[in-house]
Design a protein around this ligand. Structure first.
Ligand SMILES: [Zn+2]
Length: 158
């Protein structure tokens, strides 16, 4: 293992205490917001692991969403990965039906529309769903920066 960044070690205690909070965002509440928008009858169980590696990823198994958040991960990337995984609760593959679900959820939740999303090309991505992910991450990053989308903030219970 390489050198663990100092800034990462500094916040370790906070991450251990509340793993589902990232950059002030309550990822569990955020996940539930997505479940509601998708019309799920129940919420996913969110499990979050923080990693000193770069890059974030997720896994979905039944109604359990596992999110690995990499060092200094971009919030838009984390939220988009979260939505992608939650969409896998009903579609296991990266089919057109899955992409359609992600795109429509992104519109309903974040207000991001992709004109001609069914024409988005795979490009360098390993599948079309990942190419759509890339697009959504960029747009979401812009929305977050402009304050046009407000993720659920973590608030300490009184
Ligand atoms: Zn996937």
């Amino acid at each position: 293992m390489g050198t663990v960044p100092k800034a990462w070690t500094k916040d370790a205690a906070a991450r251990r205490k509340r793993p589902t909070v990232y950059k002030g965002v309550d990822l569990e509440q955020e996940a539930w917001r997505y479940c509601q928008a998708l019309g799920y009858k129940r919420n996913v169980e969110l499990q979050v692991v923080h990693s000193a590696r770069l890059g974030s990823e997720g896994r979905q198994w039944l109604m359990v969403t596992k999110l690995t958040i990499g060092y200094e991960a971009d919030l838009a990337h984390v939220l988009e990965t979260l939505l992608h995984e939650i969409c896998h609760a009903t579609h296991m593959d990266h089919s057109e039906a899955f992409i359609s679900l992600c795109v429509h959820a992104a519109r309903d939740i974040w207000g991001i529309t992709i004109d001609g999303w069914d024409k988005v090309e795979q490009g360098k991505a390993s599948c079309r769903a990942y190419a759509v992910d890339e697009f959504l991450r960029h747009r979401l990053a812009e929305k977050l920066a402009a304050g046009e989308y407000r993720p659920v903030q973590f608030t300490h219970s009184p």
